[in-house]
Ligand binder design. Structure first.
Ligand code: ARG
Length: 272
């Protein structure tokens, strides 16, 4: 059965399963597709992107990066609920001795910016791991980041959510669909797609089902630009507002299988 649950870290751990990802099979991305869009991004221009890190669990080679996150207030970071699941962390977030976010750093090899401990985690009680609906968690940081790092989340009805809007997705995830993880932050240009595009790709049955009320569909109608494993929890930004968090998809960068994002505008007002 196809499942929407992440395998974000399997590649980091060097397991073969990494390439398979949650829904796709190894090598399903086209050879020429540059999954996270093929362009380096700088943290100065996108200071709201952070890496979730635990070197104890994921090793130090890539600074312990295992998911993305996004700063929405000096001590608040949004990420995907599935990033904090037992399947990813091997336990509860509280059991990680060194759970931190890395802010202000473009390269995972670098030393710029800062690492701030996660003091508290909140997982959306409506998150359903079996469907990935409501894939949102909020991290409270032990120390405040600069106010200027925060990005404003879109509200329901925001023009940034309209079909066809150009958006950028950011992350340190897989750039090929084969388990090649980025060292430096990248971004890919995609478009907000109609719910019907994801309903067609993910009709449910014995596979994953797309739900437009809690999820947002975005991708490249011609394929080649998409988020991928390891990007989960990271931001999808349009018109300067946060519209989505990387959540799931089948393979990476395939025209017929768009990326599925957490619809931040639908989930935030209820919880803040
Ligand atoms: N679940 C993946 C992660 O944990 C994200 C997959 C996104 N896939 C996509 N084709 N947009 O990193």
């Amino acid at each position: 059965m196809r499942r929407p649950i992440t395998r974000a870290l399997t590649g980091v751990l060097g397991l073969i399963a990494a390439a398979a990802g949650p829904l796709g099979t190894a090598g399903t991305a086209h050879a020429d597709s540059v999954v996270v869009g093929g362009q380096p991004a700088g943290i100065t221009e996108s200071p709201w992107v952070v890496a979730l890190s635990s070197r104890d669990r994921f090793g130090g080679t890539r600074a312990g990066q295992f998911c993305g996150g996004v700063v929405v207030a000096p001590t608040k970071v949004l990420t995907a609920a599935h990033c904090l699941g037992r399947e990813v962390l091997g336990g509860t977030p509280g059991q990680l001795s060194d759970f931190s976010v890395i802010a202000g750093r473009t390269s995972l090899r670098g030393h710029g910016g800062r690492e701030v401990r996660v003091a508290d985690t909140w997982v959306n009680p409506d998150y359903d791991p079996s469907t990935n609906s409501g894939d949102l968690a909020v991290l409270t940081l032990a120390r405040a980041l600069p106010e200027s790092y925060a990005i404003e989340p879109a509200r329901p009805g925001d023009a940034a959510l309209a079909e066809g809007t150009a958006a950028n997705v950011y992350g340190w995830g897989d750039t090929t669909g084969n388990g090649t993880y980025a060292m430096s932050l990248r971004s890919a240009r995609v478009r907000v797609l109609p719910d019907t595009a994801c309903e067609r790709a993910y009709p449910g049955g014995d596979g994953a089902a797309y739900r437009g009320d809690t999820m947002l569909c975005a991708g490249d109608p011609r394929g080649g630009h998409d988020a991928c494993q390891g990007d989960s929890g990271g931001p999808l930004v349009a018109r300067g507002r946060l519209i989505g968090l990387v959540s799931w998809g089948s393979g990476c960068g395939q025209a017929e299988n768009p990326g599925v994002y957490t619809r931040v505008s639908a989930l935030l007002p209820r919880h803040f």
